[in-house]
Design a protein around this ligand. Structure first.
Ligand code: UD1
Ligand code: UDP
Length: 389
């Protein structure tokens, strides 16, 4: 990796004025909001040390607002960038101009981003143009293949090039950064804030079960499969294969309820409703609010997903996790035997879901299992590092 002078010489975040660190925390999509929320809550608790500016790009709208409401987070700045059916280039261009203007106006001490979306890549780039330090939360996840996940592997690597503080969730992600030439002093293994968020939500939503049972009576069946899917590399043929596997599974397992909160991307909504809309035991529902989604994961015997965040969360709740991707930048759960890659191969999906339903008949238990991605204290470690502890 080519190192920028700022990266190699970095030691602590310089403060422009006052005693408190003034980071610009930027996010734009549902998963970023879920994973940033514990960090923002930790900053709020430590308001004597840190004075964050909270900026939503609004890359997502409904799916983002669902999360902010749950964690009672009110962005100081909302750029409202989402357009229906937005293109990668269109969003990138609008986001760069808008985040640049925020930095110019607010003059923060640093920019904090989380993950691998367009918002992340562009905000890190805007910070670089302003010569500001970048804190990258969930740094170092790699498949080594720019086409999977696409375009996220590219986004995460671009953000990494200009990052000063790499918050690696696991030792494996730390090792990937070291192998690319990032100095050890610029990396800390913090755990993933997704587990902080999950631990906030899970006990609360178990206590709210009566409410969610009323909303999702299908989830009270003995046998439940929860599905999510939105990866761009699966659009078209891959998604069609997954749907055709679901049709076969729903027919061969009439007692099993298949609950599928469908992502709002029109490239997902259209094909999924067309192929699965009329099957009695397949329930296509709108994106679930985070707390109810946590409860649904807790209820599911099997989770079939191409989501990054769901791969990290579901193993905690004892569900069998099948990942509809050929490669994952989160191999820790696979290595621990808590998840399995099935790609988009119809026959393999049908076979593995059927086998797992047989193995997990009668439920998965109500324990929160130790999770390879975090221990629930990632946000504290990240804020400690940012303020110089
Ligand atoms: C984005 C991220 C992806 C992340 C996913 C999380 C990029 C390139 N992709 O993908 O990494 O895994 O979010 O869900 O950053 N839409 C709505 N309302 C919403 C959200 C989306 O209507 O609340 C529709 C809009 O038509 C929008 C489209 O979905 O144009 C696509 O949204 P976009 O953020 O560009 O991509 P995602 O597929 O959601
Ligand atoms: N999620 C949610 N409602 C849903 C599906 C997912 O709240 O209907 C949550 C899930 O718990 C996880 C996050 O959204 O924390 C994952 O987001 P997504 O799959 O959209 O993106 P990815 O993680 O793949 O980037």
């Amino acid at each position: 990796m080519t190192k920028s002078p700022e990266t190699t010489q970095f030691s602590a975040i310089p403060r422009r004025s006052g005693d408190r660190l003034r980071p610009l925390i930027v996010f734009g999509t549902r998963p970023e909001a879920i994973k940033m929320s514990p960090l923002i809550l930790e900053c709020t608790r430590r308001s004597d040390e840190i004075d964050p500016l909270i900026c939503s790009t609004g890359q997502h709208r409904e799916m983002l607002d669902q999360v902010l409401g749950y964690f009672s987070i009110q962005p100081t700045i909302d750029l409202g960038l989402m357009q229906p059916g937005q293109t990668l280039s269109g969003l990138t261009a609008r986001c760069l101009t808008a985040v640049d203007a925020v930095i110019q106006e607010q003059q923060p001490d640093c920019v904090v981003v989380q993950g691998d979306t367009t918002t992340v890549m562009v905000s890190a780039m805007a910070a670089f143009y302003h010569r500001l330090p970048v804190v990258h939360v969930e740094a170092g996840l790699r498949t080594g293949d720019l086409s999977a996940p696409w375009p996220e592997e590219f986004n995460r690597r671009v953000a990494g090039i200009v990052t000063h503080m790499h918050c690696a969730p696991t030792q494996r992600s730390c090792d990937a950064l070291l192998a690319e030439g990032v100095p050890q002093q610029n990396i800390r293994v913090t755990g993933n804030t997704v587990i902080d968020a999950l631990l906030i939500a899970v006990e609360k939503e178990r206590a709210n079960a009566a409410r969610w049972q009323e909303k999702y009576p299908q989830a009270m069946a003995e046998s439940v499969v929860l599905i999510t899917g939105h990866r761009r590399e699966n659009f078209g043929g891959g998604l069609a294969e997954i749907c055709s596997a679901l049709v076969e599974l729903a027919t061969s397992h009439p007692e099993t309820q298949f609950i599928y909160p469908v992502h709002l991307n029109p490239n997902v909504q259209g094909p999924v409703h067309e192929q699965l809309g009329s099957i009695a035991n397949i329930h296509l529902v709108p994106p679930a609010d985070y707390p109810e989604f946590v409860w649904l994961m807790d209820r599911a015997n099997v989770v079939l997903t191409d989501s990054g965040g769901v791969q990290e969360e579901a193993p905690s709740l004892g569900s069998a996790v099948l990942v509809t991707r050929e490669k994952t930048e989160r191999p820790e759960a696979v290595d621990a035997g808590l998840a399995e890659l099935v790609g988009t191969n119809r026959e393999l999906i049908v076979r593995r879901v059927s086998e797992l339903l047989a193995q997990h008949a009668g439920g998965t238990g109500a324990k929160v299992i130790e999770n390879p991605y975090g221990d629930g204290h990632a946000a504290k470690r990240i804020v400690d590092w940012m303020v110089g502890v």
